[in-house]
Ligand binder design. Structure first.
Ligand SMILES: Nc1ncnc2c1ncn2[C@@H]1O[C@H](COP(=O)(O)OP(=O)(O)OP(=O)(O)O)[C@@H](O)[C@H]1O
Length: 257
C-alpha cells in the first residue's frame, strides 16, 4: 500500500470535519472522493498534504507516519496537492509560473539533493537546460506547451486550472492530490482534463481526486470513497459507490443516469 489512512480525525473547535476516516491507496490507482458540500473532502486532502494537522489518526506513506511533517516535507516525500483555484500572477507567463513552481517547491524547499534525484546525475552539467526540459515536458503532458509564452491572465479558466496541475506535476509527485479539478469547466475542457489525467497515470503518477462531477469522476476513478458529515459512508469500485443507497440519499438526492 502506497498510502494508508487510519482513523483520520480533524476537529475545528466543536465541529468534527473529518471523523475516523480509514482508506488506502495502491500505487497506480485513481481514487475518487465524493461527498456533498462540507462533508470533509478538502480537509481530508489538506491533512494528507500536511497543510492541516490531524486531531488524531495516522497517515502512513510507504510505512512511515507523515502526519507531523510540514507541507514541504510531505512534498519532498512525493505527495503534492493542487488547489481548486490556483493563485496565479496574471502578468507572468505560463513558463514563468512553472519555473516558480520548480524553484520554490523543488530547489529551495526540497534542496539540491532532491533535485539530483529528480533530474538525474546529468543535472550537474547545465541546470537551466535541465529545468527547461522538465518544464517543457510537463507542459506538453498537460497540453499547455503552446501557451508557454502566454501570460497567465490570458488563459481560460480551464487553462488556469490546468496550469495548477502542471505546477504540481513539476514537483515530480508520486501521488497527486487534486481538489475539484473539473469544477467550473465546460464539456470540452473536462474531456481534455480526463485525457491529461489518464496520461499522468500512464506517466506513473497515482491520483486521488475530489470532484462533484459524478460523470467525470465516475469514468475516471478505479475506486472511490464517499464522505458524509466527515465520515465514510461507502467505499469500493466507483460504480458501486455511486449506486450505494446511502450515497444516493446523502449526496445525489436521487438516482442518476
Ligand atoms: N479552517 C476551518 N475552520 C473551521 N471549520 C472549517 C475549516 N475548514 C473547514 N471547516 C469546516 O469543516 C467542514 C468540512 O469542510 P471541507 O471544506 O473539508 O468540506 P468539503 O467536502 O471539501 O466541501 P466543499 O465541497 O464545499 O468544498 C465544513 O463544515 C467546514 O465549514
Amino acid at each position: 500500500m502506497l498510502l494508508n489512512i487510519k482513523n483520520l480525525t480533524k476537529r475545528f473547535g466543536g465541529l468534527t470535519a473529518v471523523s475516523k476516516v480509514t482508506f488506502g491507496i495502491e500505487r497506480g490507482e485513481i481514487i475518487g472522493i465524493f461527498g456533498p458540500n462540507g462533508s470533509g473532502k478538502t480537509t481530508t486532502l489538506s491533512l494528507i498534504a500536511g497543510i492541516l494537522k490531524p486531531s488524531s489518526g495516522e497517515i502512513i506513506w510507504k510505512d512511515h507516519d507523515i502526519s507531523a511533517l510540514t507541507p514541504f516535507q510531505v512534498a519532498q516525500q512525493g505527495l503534492v496537492k493542487t488547489f481548486q483555484n490556483p493563485q496565479l500572477f496574471p502578468e507572468l507567463t505560463v513558463a514563468e509560473h512553472m519555473r516558480i513552481a520548480c524553484h520554490l517547491h523543488v530547489k529551495r524547499a526540497l534542496g539540491v539533493g532532491r533535485l539530483r534525484t529528480l533530474f538525474g546525475k546529468s543535472m550537474t552539467g547545465d541546470l537551466e537546460n535541465t529545468l527547461t526540459r522538465k518544464i517543457d515536458q510537463m507542459l506538453e503532458l498537460c497540453r499547455l506547451y503552446k501557451h508557454r509564452n502566454d501570460e497567465a491572465g490570458a488563459l481560460s479558466y480551464g487553462g488556469e486550472k490546468m496550469l495548477g496541475v502542471a505546477m504540481g506535476m513539476v514537483c515530480d509527485p508520486e501521488l497527486l492530490l487534486l481538489d475539484e479539478p473539473a469544477s467550473g469547466l465546460g464539456h470540452d475542457e473536462i474531456s481534455n482534463l480526463d485525457a491529461v489525467l489518464r496520461d499522468l497515470r500512464t506517466h506513473g503518477v497515482t491520483l486521488c481526486i475530489i470532484d462533484h462531477k459524478v460523470g467525470f469522476l465516475g469514468r475516471l476513478a478505479d475506486r472511490s470513497i464517499a464522505l458524509h458529515h466527515g465520515a465514510i459512508i461507502a467505499s469500493g469500485t466507483t460504480a458501486d459507490v455511486l449506486a450505494n443507497d446511502a450515497v444516493v440519499t446523502a449526496y445525489l438526492g436521487k438516482k442518476h443516469a
